[in-house]
Write a protein that binds this ligand. Structure first.
Ligand code: COA
Ligand code: AMP
Length: 633
């Protein structure tokens, strides 16, 4: 098949209103839009202004009405609990309508916020869609975050209701969610009115009388709710993501643009049609889970898989192939780190041969840079195209990809291919000029962003402008640096801020530094993302203690790692820290984190001309050597 990518891409930029207006015809609108793109408040653009729809209707009722009621919509496959459950479109619609009715009964209405603190259970997906049905705004908080992170989100979103499960199940341990929720509510200034608890048999939660409600009780006798029409520009959800401080950013997603972009992407980026089986092996706490476990596949009429397990150890590195073969998965999407874990435990791919993967045709990877080794290993062992694609919580869908549905382009390892239609990607220098081909600069997207991308941050227009639009006026700052080659292929090299990517999870080293700095013995500190074979990067802390602190370093380090775990969460994977005498700095006092990273990764480095005392780099190298860095190979 020859690729129509070039023509489609060109049209998307030349005539965005015609392009996205046509894509929007695929959805059910209660009232058609007045304008496809409303630029009247630029740089705050709005897609499908005047349009009225319901996302939950488009994800469920729409398909039931068109004869998909008996098709599987959601398959819950949970090796950690030994559960397998399928919901047809009609069943899922009914469950969602009931849950929406139950939410309404406890006072949730259009525009109210509902926070979900839930693992990968069907009730979480049902609750997300139930909020959408009412026009309420959900905000899912990943279970690996600690109470303090949850409290920050509660204070920002000010939810009326919290929905949670009594526990999450990680291989080898059960994580009690309820005590974390109780602690979070104790810490937060805003107090949600009600908490609804899904009691999982693995660990029951204690309920607070008057405030907490058990899931069954919550649903019992509720009146199924119809879909509430909402403006295309109304928020569907808020998803918090790491910013450059300990304060997360509340990325807002609208209803109309989001539904249009995701439905379009299913066919054109991922090459999947209605009735096919699409599996995003991620977590609903992340953007990938929102877009491609829940909304994208259901908007398209696919069967989506909700997998509560890991790539390895549940029970073995064949777990993904077992799921793919059992459910006839056509397209799989996961993070490279999952493949590195599989490759580590099954280097020859021996588990793959045990399963019938004849329906599996494309693997998509995203969330972090895909190293060519992992890409080639997957290609070789699976015998299907392996597509690296690049995106962010903020955009909600890919910025760059090999759009398989438009006809595959040649794969260049190390590149997520080209800008996706709708995204006018540029590489700029500090002088605001475009960088020549092959030269690194900041990657930006010329405004307007396509539909589906964040219109703003939750109730923080100014912060949105400052974080994303101020650096390069007229452009959205991706905060990634990279370059474009002569064939327009993009290469994503690093972040320009303090964000690191740990096992595909986005974390702020600045946030970790805030936690370390709050320890009474710490005078100053730096956290650096160091290369890791499995997780891509892991955080390593360097701390200087206050004068007069004479406690054993091991004791301080143990307290620091525990403090980060307790404050940010296990997901930060902060396990390595070292006490050093001094930190390398420029004469103006800026800590040379980039240089520390290069030393740890065994890359060549030259001390900047502005360094205050070059000898400190030797001390850092010695400290790293004691920790085993740089790693061989
Ligand atoms: N609730 C509570 N804790 C959680 C959690 C959750 N939902 N998810 C993870 N954690 C904990 C883990 O138990 C682990 O704790 P530990 O330090 O006590 O071992 C910690 O957070 C880090 O978890 P994780 O990053 O998952 O690392 P891991 O070593 O357990 O597993 C991989 C490594 C590669 C197998 C795993 O990261 C993986 O499957 N990644 C897939 C990538 C992915 O889903 N990315 C999302 C974007 S596409
Ligand atoms: P998140 O918001 O958690 O999805 O993380 C987004 C960040 O992950 C991006 O800004 C990139 O730094 C990184 N990222 C995501 N996908 C890729 C990719 N395919 N290649 C390189 N980096 C990626």
């Amino acid at each position: 098949m020859t690729s129509s990518y070039d023509a489609v891409y060109a049209r998307s930029l030349k005539d965005p209103e015609g392009f996205w207006g046509q894509a929007a015809e695929e959805l059910h609108w209660k009232k058609r839009w007045d304008r496809v793109l409303d630029s009247s408040r630029a740089p705050f653009y709005r897609w499908f202004a005047g349009g009225v729809l319901n996302t939950s209707y488009n994800a469920l009722d729409f398909h039931v009405a068109r004869g998909r009621g008996r098709q599987a919509a959601l398959i819950y496959d949970s090796p950690v609990t030994g559960t397998l459950r399928t919901f047809t479109y009609a069943e899922l619609r009914d469950e969602v309508a009931l849950c929406a009715g139950a939410l309404r009964r406890i006072g949730v209405e259009k525009g109210d916020r509902v926070i979900l603190y839930m693992p990968m259970v069907p009730e979480a997906v049902i609750a997300m869609l139930a909020c959408a049905r009412l026009g309420a705004i959900h905000s899912v908080v990943f279970g690996g975050f600690a109470p303090k992170e949850l409290a920050t989100r509660i204070d920002d979103a000010r939810p009326k209701v919290m929905l949670l499960a009594s526990c999450g199940i990680e291989p080898g341990r059960t994580i009690a969610y309820k005590p974390m929720l109780d602690q979070a509510i104790e810490m937060s200034r805003h107090k949600p009115e009600r908490c609804v608890v899904l009691q999982r048999p693995q660990l029951l939660a204690e309920l607070v009388p008057g405030r907490d409600l058990e899931w069954g009780e919550f649903l019992a006798g509720a009146e199924p709710a119809e879909c509430v029409p909402v403006a295309a520009t109304d928020p569907l959800y808020i998803l918090y993501t790491s910013g450059t401080t300990g304060i997360p950013k509340g990325v807002v997603r609208d209803n109309g643009g989001h539904a249009v972009a995701l439905k379009w992407s299913m066919e054109n980026v991922y090459g999947v049609g209605a009735g096919e089986v699409y599996w995003a092996a991620s977590d609903i706490g992340w953007v990938v889970g929102h877009s491609y476990i829940v909304y994208g596949p259901l908007l398209k009429g696919c069967t989506t898989i909700l997998y509560e397990g890991k790539p390895v150890g549940t029970p073995d590195p064949g777990a993904f192939w077992r799921v793919a073969s059992q459910h006839g998965v056509n397209v799989l999407f996961t993070a490279p780190t999952a493949f590195r874990a599989i490759k580590r435990d099954d280097p020859t791919g021996s588990h793959i041969a045990k399963y019938d993967l004849s329906r599996f045709r494309t693997l998509f990877l995203a969330g972090e840079r895909c190293d060519p080794d992992t890409l080639h290993w997957a290609e070789r062992n699976l015998g299907v195209p392996v597509i690296d694609h690049w995106w962010q919580t903020e955009t909600g869908w890919p910025i760059a990809a090999n759009c398989v549905g438009l006809g595959m382009l040649p794969v260049k390892p190390g590149s997520p291919t080209k800008a996706v239609p709708g995204y006018d990607v540029r590489i700029l220098g500090a002088d605001q000029k475009e960088r020549p081909r092959g030269e690194i600069g900041t990657i930006v997207v010329k405004l307007p962003l396509p539909p589906g991308c964040l219109p703003t941050l939750w109730q923080k227009d100014e912060a949105y402008e400052k974080a994303y639009l101020a650096a390069h006026p007229g452009h959205y700052l991706t905060a990634d640096a990279g370059y474009q080659d002569e064939d327009d292929y993009l290469y994503i090299m690093s972040r320009v801020d303090d964000i690191i990517n740990v096992a595909g999870h986005r974390l702020s080293t600045g946030g970790m530094e805030e936690v370390l700095a709050s320890h009474p013995d710490v005078a100053e500190c730096a956290v650096v993302g160091v290369h890791d074979e499995l997780k891509g990067e892991i955080p390593v802390g360097f701390v200087v203690t206050k004068a007069g602190v004479n406690r054993p370093h091991a004791e301080i380090v143990a307290e620091l790692t525990q403090k980060v775990r307790d404050t940010i969460g296990a997901v930060a994977a902060f396990k390595i820290a070292v006490v050093v005498k001094r930190l390398p700095k420029t004469r103006s006092g800026k800590i040379l984190r980039g240089t520390i990273k290069k030393i740890a990764d065994g890359q060549p480095y030259s001390p900047p001309a502005t360094i205050d005392d070059p000898a400190i780099l030797g001390e850092i190298a010695d400290a790293l050597k004691d920790l085993g860095y740089p790693k061989a190979g």
